[in-house]
Design a protein around this ligand. Structure first.
Ligand code: NOJ
Length: 580
């Protein structure tokens, strides 16, 4: 259906833009997953020195900052959750190197003007952490460091070894499946875990626990890190009264409910987190050099969906700088123009003026975007389709994260074709992740197409194998091809930086029909128009049918209606852009 309403841009929308320009950070942040980025000592696992050796590559991408997923001491195997179960925040996991390797990495990154954000896993520690060891023994000062509960006394269940124990404290569920409570025979109490049983939830409502966590953050800030990506922000702590969460569909209770079946009212996002975040902000502000925070907010209250309002509540002068949400990572196929327009209206609603929205389409938790988002697109259009989405996402307001390999257009590694079952490292099934675990997006970066293990490592046994289809997409092969995905991404990033409207402008999105999308970003110095053909048919577009004459005059460069714009399958055309 053709929408005939014309788009008018009126003078008043240019008012009040200064505040946005001054306060809205819009960085591009490159995410590195250390185990699979680059192996410097050929033991098969990527490491910190490997990252340092590839800083030239990262700098050349044109990103502003690098977020490095956890490289701290963590148990090997399942209980370590790929580094997200930290057993010592100040120690480097020997698999990744030693502290001087990190110091060198930081120095070399700073010399190139790149910021370094480390991951901070705030909601929980590993059960191997000294704090938990002391807490389970009820050592003075640590007794209440975690969330312990006696359990229900109005009925008991039989525990392992035939020992009686009280019933579960309530109906809360872990994001990774099963109850959120684990029985501890030593304390004869349950402890809360929002994720793995090996990730006990810290009792961050307590000032002493906050102080201890802030001290760990301070350790890294004193070293000079530029900030943190904060893990699973709304999954910190819980309701003080431990009330049951309601089922989303109480009339149709599932046989085995998962976290996404709950209206997470009490197990999730208690108010005190804002006070804790305020303390984090104060700590950041105590340094002369600006420090930044990127929060992970992937869940909302309704079955884990709709995380934007929660994310927005964590943005502000006394809160965080950015949050990434489930808006893009929850997409499981190529989106329609209607979907994009609804998403833009949500972003506009919840992030009206302050920035803070971080657009993340790919990361170590979800299937790679080149595969996930081209679901439903014919094979020969997939390459154009995924390029278009990168352009589209970079046109959204806010900052952007680029996950290692996304700039190469890497596909999701398949299990068992690329990764045999017995070689898998992660078998955790998360609400947004693939059903067979998250390894498919964690395989090694391909650097050299003709080398053993694509140049990632010369070891016989790797952390995870390199998928055979990734060799041809290796960095050196793409460097030599000016039409490659790598060149496309670099060009796109440089181009984005040169467009004031993309950095600080407002956004307006409109559906033309089921395939055509209009995006306008506007700022006092520029009106940028993007026309997106999101379908496989060739299309034409006559600006005069959709735009008010004064808008057309302001955009400039627009062809006349006698000469309509032609768009091939999945093509994008921009008008009113600045050269870079
Ligand atoms: C979010 C991290 O990105 C994910 O990898 C991890 O498993 C959970 N938080 C738990 O820490």
């Amino acid at each position: 259906m053709l929408i005939t309403k014309k788009i008018f841009l009126e003078k008043h929308i240019f008012e009040g833009l200064k505040e946005i320009a001054d306060t809205c950070p819009t960085e591009v942040i490159y995410q590195v997953y250390p185990a699979s980025f680059m192996d410097s000592n050929n033991d098969g696992v990527g490491d910190l020195r490997g990252i340092t050796s590839r800083l030239d590559y990262i700098e050349k991408l044109g990103v502003d900052a690098v977020w490095i997923s956890p490289f701290f001491l963590s148990p090997p195997g399942h209980d370590g959750d790929g580094g997200y179960a930290v057993s010592n925040y100040r120690e480097i996991d020997p698999r990744f190197g030693i502290m001087t390797d990190f110091d060198e990495l930081l120095t070399h990154a700073h010399a190139r003007g790149l910021k370094i954000y480390t991951d901070f896993v705030l909601p929980h520690t590993s059960s191997h952490h000294e704090w938990f060891q002391k807490s389970q023994r009820r050592e003075a000062g640590f007794e209440d460091f975690y969330i312990w509960h006696n359990g229900k006394t109005d009925g008991s269940v039989v525990g392992e070894g035939g020992k009686q124990r009280p019933g579960l404290p309530n109906n809360w569920l872990s994001i990774f499946g099963g109850p959120a409570w684990e029985w501890h025979e030593g304390r004869r109490q349950y402890y809360l875990h929002h994720f793995l049983t090996a990730q006990p939830a810290l009792n961050l409502r307590e000032k002493a626990v906050q102080d201890a966590s802030l001290a760990e953050m301070k350790f890294w800030l004193d070293k000079g890190v530029d900030g943190f990506r904060i893990d699973a922000l709304p999954h910190i702590g819980c309701d003080v009264e431990f009330r049951d969460d309601r089922l989303l569909k109480p009339d149709h209770p599932p046989a085995e409910p998962r976290w996404t079946d709950l209206f997470a009212e009490y197990s999730f996002c208690p108010d005190f987190i804002h006070d804790l975040v305020r303390r984090i902000r104060e700590l950041m502000r105590s340094y002369e050099k600006p420090r930044f925070t990127l929060g992970e907010v992937l869940s909302g209250r309704e079955g884990g969906s709709n995380s934007l309002p929660i994310a927005a509540s964590f943005i502000g002068e006394d809160q965080l700088d950015y949050c990434y949400t489930n808006e893009l990572v929850s997409l499981t196929s190529f989106p329609s123009p209607h979907h994009i327009v609804e998403m833009v209206s949500r972003i506009n609603k919840f992030f009206p003026s302050w920035g803070g929205n971080c657009n993340t389409a790919s990361n170590h938790d979800v299937a790679r975007s080149a595969t996930r988002l081209t679901e439903g697109v014919e094979e020969h259009f997939k390459s154009s389709a995924i390029r278009q989405l990168l352009q589209l996402f970079m046109c959204l307001p806010g900052s952007f994260t680029l996950y290692q390999g996304e700039e190469l257009g890497l596909s999701q590694a398949q299990i068992p074709d690329d990764i045999p079952y017995e070689k898998r490292k992660d078998v955790i099934v998360t609400p947004l992740g693939p059903p067979d675990g998250r390894d498919g997006s964690r395989t090694p970066m391909p650097w050299l197409c003709g080398a053993k293990n694509a140049g990632f490592s010369s070891a016989e046994e790797l952390y995870l194998p390199v998928p055979s289809s990734h060799y041809n997409l290796a960095v050196d092969a793409q460097e030599n091809d000016s039409h490659s995905f790598l060149h496309f991404t670099r060009h796109l990033l440089a181009w984005r930086k040169a467009q004031p409207a993309l950095i600080v402008g407002h956004i307006l999105a409109q559906v033309v029909d089921d395939d055509l999308l209009i995006l306008l970003r506007y700022h006092r110095d520029q009106i940028l128009l993007g026309l997106f053909n999101m379908g496989p048919r060739e299309r034409t577009f006559s600006p005069g049918e959709h735009f008010d004459q004064s808008l057309m005059d302001q955009i400039g460069q627009l062809p006349s209606d006698q000469n309509p714009v032609k768009l091939t399958a999945f093509e994008v055309k921009f008008f009113g852009d600045m050269c870079c």
